[in-house]
Design a protein around this ligand. Structure first.
Ligand SMILES: [Fe+2]
Length: 226
């Protein structure tokens, strides 16, 4: 049975793509399909305290790779659909891969989107009050979120809001696609892949998480609350 890498090669997804590296933007998904995703520009974050320009620019390039690969997968699946090949195992593998790449794309947008702030979280604001309702206090939530953020492994720490009832949870998403709460709205997203901090912090993940907390755009996170 062909390996996943062989499936990717057959679909035109090369080694750089598998590593999440920057690749040229893909074309659209066919004349009748929706337009391809476009990478968002987060260059405004250069200069954020605690995040070097080198680290951020490498991270932007990785993010752009997820956007390009999401487009390529969608295009490959559309082509396989037009060719009547969606029942093939190659299509199933591409479908599985799509969740990984798509979440890699969107989680980076949420992460960069909640970075670049300079003000502290207001405990009396909408988000602060919501945190207190779900966790007892902002301090209790902060302690819990930091514990998630410093877990061993690669993935994402996230504060999410249950779409049914509004309770807030801190979650761990393994890699990009494991552990999400169905229907929950991402409020605050923290990238804890090593590429997110190694250049600036070495193995000191806890120091990176502290720097992240100082750089959160709390207004952006609060605006995501339903
Ligand atoms: Fe990342």
């Amino acid at each position: 049975m062909p390996s996943r890498r062989e499936f990717m090669k057959a679909a035109g997804l090369g080694g750089a793509a598998l590593a999440g590296g920057a690749v040229p933007a893909a074309a659209g998904q066919g004349e009748a399909g929706p337009p391809a995703y476009a990478a968002r520009d987060f260059s405004r974050l250069v200069g954020t305290a605690g995040f070097s320009e080198t680290l951020l620019k490498n991270h932007f390039a990785l993010y752009q790779g997820y956007v390009a690969n999401t487009n390529r997968l969608l295009e490959s699946l559309a082509e396989m659909g037009r060719a009547g090949k969606l029942a093939a195992p190659e299509a199933a593998e591409l479908r599985r891969r799509l969740g990984w790449e798509w979440n890699g794309m969107r989680l980076h947008e949420l992460y960069f989107g909640n970075l670049g702030g300079t003000k502290a979280l207001d405990p009396a604001g909408k988000l602060g009050r919501a945190l207190a309702r779900s966790f007892g206090s902002v301090d209790a939530w902060t302690k819990d979120f930091k514990a998630v953020g410093t877990m061993r492994g690669i993935g994402w720490a996230g504060l999410v809001e249950d779409g049914a009832g509004g309770r807030l949870f801190n979650i761990w998403a393994n890699e990009h696609d494991g552990g999400h709460f169905a229907g929950a709205v991402p409020i605050l997203i923290l990238d804890v892949f090593e590429h997110a901090y190694l250049v600036d912090y070495g193995l000191k993940k806890a120091d990176y998480v502290e720097a992240f907390f100082k750089a959160v755009d709390w207004a952006a996170a609060e605006a995501r609350l339903e």
